[in-house]
Ligand binder design. Structure first.
Ligand code: PEP
Ligand code: MN
Length: 351
């Protein structure tokens, strides 16, 4: 049986980065009696900009051996090249994960596979930073091809340019669900820390993942999160982790058809949440438009613009197999509301 399916939910926790021996030993002590199945710690940290904490490298590997002994739990680290794999193997690290910035690069993934060949330790493959299910499954298939059987995918969300999103990395649940559809036996673990980027979002995202039948969670935990050298805002203390784990609700579906329906409904729920979120943002943009129209003394409703909207939206609709009547009715509603919003907004501004 796949190691990561041996318990549901399979819980991986630990600091973003192994910073010093004291921090790691404190984590080991705290984790001894918590329901955690594997301990994580980044030893080489991929940072977007130079000059930030890039991990302690090989120095940290003996600390992980101590953690393993004290806590009595397996440990995992991130690897991004063959040298790091060799060091992980040399120090008997139990499992490795492929980071989001590595999954995007088939050369790097293949280099890691070549270094693991003959030493098939468990591997966790994070999704690529861009929402590309092919890249994600490609990396997983490369691991399968070298005979690794204990493989799990980690869903850590997808990078986007949208600075107004409440997530650091958008979950886009439809993508991990598609991966699950392709590989029914592959465990998928959710990383709410990198999706949320904020410790307040860990509990709701974790619950959502379990409700979507994910197989486990990977959560960043630090003895003193505010002092963390990387990802401070999203890390939680061991005692907060304990509470979160204790409060998670495990919903057990009764029959298979219920699970299938439930899975699709959960995807629909998150899609609708995105649609409503975008509609809200659209109305905010419309208010900005109203102010500009007022500044230049322009009419709120412009016939040409309305025709243009219908024409372009119809084209987009066609490309998505949505019929003209539906698009027309939908945009009559949206456009109507947007005109009304502009009038109301300007009127309120004048009062
Ligand atoms: C991490 O797990 O600390 C990490 C760097 O994650 P990601 O590859 O998801 O950004
Ligand atoms: Mn991190």
């Amino acid at each position: 049986m796949n190691l990561f399916s041996s318990k549901k939910p399979y819980i991986i926790a630990g600091p973003c980065g192994a910073e010093n021996e004291h921090q790691m030993l404190s984590i080991a002590e705290e984790f001894k009696n918590l329901p955690i199945d594997m301990i994580r710690a980044g030893v080489w940290k991929p940072r977007s900009k130079p000059g930030n904490f890039e991990g302690m490298g090989e120095t940290a590997l003996p600390w992980l051996n101590q953690v393993k002994k004290i806590a009595g739990k397996p440990v995992c680290i991130e690897v991004a090249n063959s040298i790091q794999v060799e060091l992980a193997l040399k120090y008997n690290i139990d499992a490795v994960w492929i980071g989001a910035r590595t999954t995007v690069n088939p050369f790097a993934v293949q280099e890691i596979c070549d270094a693991l060949k003959g030493n098939p330790i468990p591997v966790l493959v994070k999704n690529p930073i861009n929402p590309d299910v092919e890249l994600w499954s490609g990396a997983i298939e490369r691991m399968m091809a070298i005979g690794i059987t204990d493989i799990a995918a980690i869903h850590r969300g997808f990078s986007s340019y949208d600075s107004t999103s409440k997530y650091r990395n958008k979950p886009m649940w439809a993508i991990p669900i598609e991966l699950k559809r392709r590989y029914k036996e592959l465990p998928i673990i959710c990383d709410p820390s990198h999706i949320g980027g904020n410790r307040d979002l860990i509990a709701p995202i974790s619950q959502r993942a379990l409700d979507m039948d994910f197989d486990g969670l990977m959560i960043e935990v630090h003895p003193t999160p505010d002092d963390a050298l990387s990802d401070a805002k999203q890390q939680i203390t061991p005692s907060v982790l304990k509470d979160i784990l204790a409060n998670l609700i495990l919903r057990k579906p009764t029959v298979d058809s219920d699970t299938e329906i439930e899975n699709i409904r959960l995807v629909l729920d998150s899609m609708d949440a995105e649609i409503v979120d975008i509609l809200g943002k659209r109305m905010e943009m419309v208010k900005k438009l109203a102010l500009i129209k007022k500044k230049y003394n322009m009419p709120i409703f412009q016939q040409d613009r309305w025709c243009e909207i219908i024409e372009s939206r119809n084209q987009w609709g066609k490309a998505n197999e949505l019929d003209e009547t539906f698009i027309l009715q939908l945009y009559q509603l949206i456009h109507d509301k947007s005109i009304k919003t502009q009038f109301d907004f300007l009127q309120r501004n004048e009062e």
